[in-house]
Design a protein around this ligand. Structure first.
Ligand code: CA
Length: 249
């Protein structure tokens, strides 16, 4: 696969947080195609590469939510890739499912010892692999699988892109929506302005950090009426967070 094309694909992907992203590393073209077809049918965003030595270039640009990694690959083996990813802070917890051929079964222990989360022996059944993918994503990033985020009387629906407070529909711009989505994914966590810029506007955005304050202001205005409680905390010198105690009183 053409690296430049693959990288621009990743850059073009919307940062909605709605669909988990899966990188398929497999040199058998027909299997790679079959996997991506089936993963896309389940709503995942799929990237494919067919060489082991292209993986690190791709990951330097952007991290997926899960990697399906073939063992035998041209360039660098799946085993070696796994070892390298686990050795690095930024990819230490990246979920990895390794694919091994039948003859390599004795090697599976080695796969797990270098840190793969799961392994599947070829030929495998697609429903089984899909189930493993779902279960691994659920374990690693539960907030990425929920279509609806709910805190107190605020409900954010990622599929319809609507937000309601009680019975009232909130009219949010796309930036305010993404901002609220980011905060609601991790109630209680304090996000710095730089982290919010990265998550909401994208890594490449060159935007003044005060822009974040402007959009938080708009979000509050749309969300909070007269005597209603404001679920967003301003943490002085640190940033913003969605109050994890909101709706518990
Ligand atoms: Ca292979």
């Amino acid at each position: 696969m053409n690296i430049a094309a693959a990288m621009s694909d990743i850059a073009d992907q919307p940062r909605t947080g709605a669909a988990p992203r899966i990188l398929v590393v497999e040199d058998e073209a027909s299997l790679s195609l079959l996997l991506s077809y089936n993963l896309e049918a389940e709503g995942y965003l799929v990237q494919r590469v067919d060489r082991g030595d292209e993986v690190e270039v791709l990951l330097a640009e952007s991290l997926p939510d899960l990697i399906i990694l073939d063992w035998m690959l041209p360039g660098v083996s799946g085993l070696e890739i796994c070892r390298r990813l686990r050795a690095r802070e930024s990819t230490r917890d990246l979920p990895i499912i390794m694919l091994t051929a039948r003859g390599e079964e004795a090697e599976r222990v080695r796969g797990l010892s270098v840190g793969a989360d799961d392994y599947v022996v070829k030929p495998f059944s697609l429903p089984e692999l899909m189930a493993r993918v779902r279960s691994l994503l659920r374990r690693s990033r539960p907030e990425r699988l929920a279509n609806r985020l709910k805190c107190g009387d605020i409900v954010l629906d990622r599929e319809t892109r609507r937000v309601k407070r009680g019975e009232r529909e909130l009219h949010l711009g796309p930036t305010e929506f993404r901002l609220l989505e980011t905060l609601m994914e991790k109630p209680g966590r304090v996000f710095s302005r730089a982290q919010l810029l990265d998550s909401v506007w994208g890594l490449s955005a060159e935007i003044d950090e005060r822009t974040v304050d402007v959009h938080v202001g708009r979000l509050r205005k749309a969300m909070v009426r007269a005597r209603e409680r404001d679920p967003i905390r301003t943490v002085r010198g640190a940033g913003y967070s969605f109050d994890e105690t909101f709706g518990r009183d």
